[in-house]
Structure formats: structure tokens, C-alpha cells
Design a protein around this ligand. Sequence first.
Ligand SMILES: [Mg+2]
Length: 89
Amino acid sequence: MNPKYAPKTGDGRRARVIEEIGEVLKAFGKWDRFGSGSRHPNGGMTNAEEALFELEDLKGAIDVYLPDVRAIVHRDAAMAASNDNAKKS
Ligand SMILES: [Mg+2]
């Protein structure tokens, strides 16, 4: 990905994961409809090459977004524990 377009917020990183999931689904849809070795009539990558490219894109987007999700899980668990302690006291 061009660093110029790298998302700078958690929402942006999640949006990129969603976008890449869509591109993977499209690539596998073309693969299943037309075959792994088929390509667009105008040329370009084969469907299998496109799927590989988009899977690698998705993996990169997930790797970038995972720390955000981990932080949110930890934050929510801490808030839940704090709320439980408040109810007990
Ligand atoms: Mg992509």
C-alpha cells in the first residue's frame, strides 16, 4: 500500500480491512465463476494471481489493525471489571 494512503485512525484501519475483505471476495468470486487461470478480457492478472494479491493485501491490513482490536478488548475487559467492583461495593 502506498504510505500516502495509509489510514491514520482505528476507524480507518478497520475500514481498510473491510475494503480488503471485499476485494478478496470479488477475486474468489471471479475464480469460482471463470477459473483460476482466467483473466479479464482486457488482460491483467489471472484470477488466482488476483486472489493471492488481495489475500496479501488483507493480511497486511489485518496485521496493522490487530493492535487496535487488542487494545479495545483489554479496555472493555478493564471497564467491565471496574463496573463489577463498583457493584460489589
Ligand atoms: Mg486490495
